[in-house]
Write a protein that binds this ligand. Structure first.
Ligand code: 0X9
Ligand code: ZN
Length: 415
């Protein structure tokens, strides 16, 4: 009897812990504030927990009712981008989507993404191989798809340079995994009909890592749709538990500098040391193991931008004109598909300074052409991009990423 009671309490506690109440965003709004002086951006950042985006003099902020009051009291007014965040999140969770329209009509769960990757490797064994390249804090696998002719005949082809495209360092940026996955689907389905694609897969190794932050991604499905960081438990400070390192501040090039935070509660917390997190540690070790890494894209959202090094400083990097040429070619390709404009420029200049990011490490340490994309939209929905925009986004980015393969094939750092 007593034992049954004890088992009940333990099971109940496990249930409560395992299925934490979803975080509610009722009463929250997203505002776009345009400031007169750049110094006001810092003031807004000090008043608000979750800054969604900063571009020049405009800041998008996600605000609790208290924060809305705080900003009003400080004299700030904003254009309301999302008037009822809670309702929008609920609407997207319950929206009916026809399942038969394929993989890119709704956002997939982590298991569904991993199943799709496994199936692609099984369906095209002569073009695709599935690899585990690391594990997360909660021990989930991080998978890569390796696309190249006869991937199983050699662990690495010494004469085929590598190109890496990864997505979802940031958990809430749901549009990024489908873009990486779609790129793989298009490449393999066009291999036998498109000579250009065939040339790329015969002479390059293309690696896709659609989910760098699997724990964070699962958490955005179960508990908090707007979670950004990984799921590292950091400790309890003044009675509050802190979780999560911003993986795109945890890389070991210029780690710890401006645009990253030492506060565990911050959305841009850099971690206790460079590569303190298994996700960035394993990914960086794996990138170092590739013998001839030529080109790389790190997919994020939102704002429709093609961001070039550096991220840690507004100073121009070596070969900036080469980056710009590739970036502008990508921009033209995107524009040609659905007429969407993605602006091109240095990350620190058109967005903001951010130290310890992946792009800077891949270029600064590995010397590969490395670019960061901010995908759709420009702020109407932000991270809550409606599912009917998944496929158009994938379609427009496809030919832009082909430009990356073209560059890797030629590798021309000259002016
Ligand atoms: O802050 C980031 O890590 C990226 N933006 S996001 O909204 N997706 O989080 C931008 C990284 C690009 N680098 C710099 N802006 N320095
Ligand atoms: Zn991001």
């Amino acid at each position: 009897m007593r034992l049954g009671w004890l088992v009940g309490v333990v099971l109940g506690a496990l249930l409560v812990l395992g299925h934490a109440q979803p975080v509610s965003y009722d009463g929250y709004q997203v505002w776009r504030i345009t400031v007169d002086k750049p110094s006001q951006i810092a003031e807004i950042e000090s008043l608000v927990h979750d800054v969604w985006m900063i571009r020049g003099r405009t800041v998008d902020v996600c605000l609790s009712p208290e924060e809305q009051e705080r900003l009003r009291a400080a004299g700030y007014k904003g254009e309301v981008l999302i008037s009822d965040l809670g309702a929008l999140i609920r609407q997207q969770q319950t929206e009916f989507v026809p399942q038969e329209n394929g993989l890119f009509t709704r956002y997939l769960t982590l298991d569904e993404i991993y199943t799709a990757m496994r199936q692609l490797a099984n369906q095209y064994p002569e073009l695709v191989q599935l690899l585990v390249i690391g594990r997360s804090v909660e021990n989930r696998p991080i998978y890569a798809l390796r696309l190249t002719r006869y991937p199983r005949r050699a662990r690495v082809y010494p004469t085929r340079p590598q190109v890496v495209i990864n997505a979802l360092q940031h958990a809430r940026e749901w549009i990024s995994p489908p873009v990486a996955l779609y790129f793989a689907y298009r490449l393999v389905s066009e291999y036998y009909t498109n000579v250009r694609v065939r040339d790329y897969l015969d002479n390059l190794e293309v690696y896709l890592v659609p989910v760098v932050n699997p724990d964070g991604y699962v958490f955005t499905h179960t508990t908090n749709r707007l979670w950004r960081k990984n799921r590292r438990y950091l400790g309890t400070f003044s009675g509050r538990q802190a979780y999560g390192v911003d993986l795109n501040r945890n890389w070991g090039y210029q780690w710890g500098g401006a645009g990253s935070s030492g506060n565990p509660f911050s959305e841009t917390y850099r971690g206790s040391a460079p590569f303190s997190e298994p996700e960035t540690y394993f990914l960086s070790r794996w990138l170092l193991s590739l013998p001839a890494l030529r080109a790389h894209v790190d997919l994020h959202s939102y704002s429709q931008l093609i961001l070039l090094p550096w991220g840690f400083t507004a100073d121009a990097p070596p070969f900036y004109s080469v980056f710009e040429r590739v970036g502008l070619a990508m921009q033209q390709q995107i524009l040609g598909v659905h007429g969407q404009l993605y602006r091109v420029g240095s990350a620190a200049a058109i967005l903001y300074v951010a130290s310890g990011n992946m792009m800077d490490w891949v270029f600064g340490v590995r010397g590969a052409l490395s670019i960061t994309y901010e995908l759709r939209d420009t702020g109407q929905y932000g991270f809550l991009l409606p599912p009917d925009q998944i496929l158009p986004t994938c379609e427009e980015v496809y030919p832009a990423l082909l430009e990356l393969l073209r560059w890797a094939r030629q590798r021309d750092w000259r002016e």
